[in-house]
Design a protein around this ligand. Sequence first.
Ligand SMILES: [Fe+2]
Ligand SMILES: [Fe+2]
Length: 258
Amino acid sequence: MFLLKAPKKSDNHEMKLAGAVQISGKTFFAYKDSLGKISLKSEREEKLQKAMIKKMISLNPAIKRLLGRYKLKPNIDTKTLKELAGGHMNDTCKIAMGIYSKLSERLKSSVDGKTIKEASMLHDLGKVLIPSNVLNKPAKLNPKERAIMNIHSMLGYELLKTQGIDEETLNLVKYHHQNLKHTGYPVISDNYSISDIGVQIISTADKYSALREARVYRRKLSRIESLLILYKEVLEGKIHKDIYKALFSYAAEFDKAA
Ligand SMILES: [Fe+2]
Ligand SMILES: [Fe+2]
């Protein structure tokens, strides 16, 4: 996925960060080189991750422009990236693939499983550039902080855009906070026809994953509590009923796997 020169002297191969996995409670980042060889690097290799993100920023001026709107500097928070990759993005990916596995053949054929997997694993990458006083604020965000937080999906899109990633995966990252009524963020551009099913799978998995995690301002919610909250969004027309049904039938399996 991430096409970058590895910041190592002896190595001329281009490296791709393919995602993150947890093995026995430890986080590993999976990298693929240009020969297709996969290697796992432990979460401590922050230098490599920081260098990759820095490179992405230098390749796309839109990132600094986006941050500049809020007078933010491009500070890279790799601690956040590590926590997200090991926890929330990993769980969102599991749930998204769980939802995908429970869809009818007709809906399944409208999206690509591999794209869903990659986009859900990377969806919150942009948070690596959100200041930690906003990201980890133990209280409700004020309107300015909310606006800053909301650029993380665009930042993730712009970062990944430098990596030769296909347009569909990029758009799923960009619109993972959109809903069926298109009242989420960012606003959908006129010339883009959003694949509602793909966005629905990722955004629903993202919401469910977040509800099942403890936050500084609330406890971790149970499976039933979380499903009830999301059902309200089905009634409001924000979540597709078939996506919800798929989540409903997968939710117990997620608990077993956790
Ligand atoms: Fe997000
Ligand atoms: Fe998320």
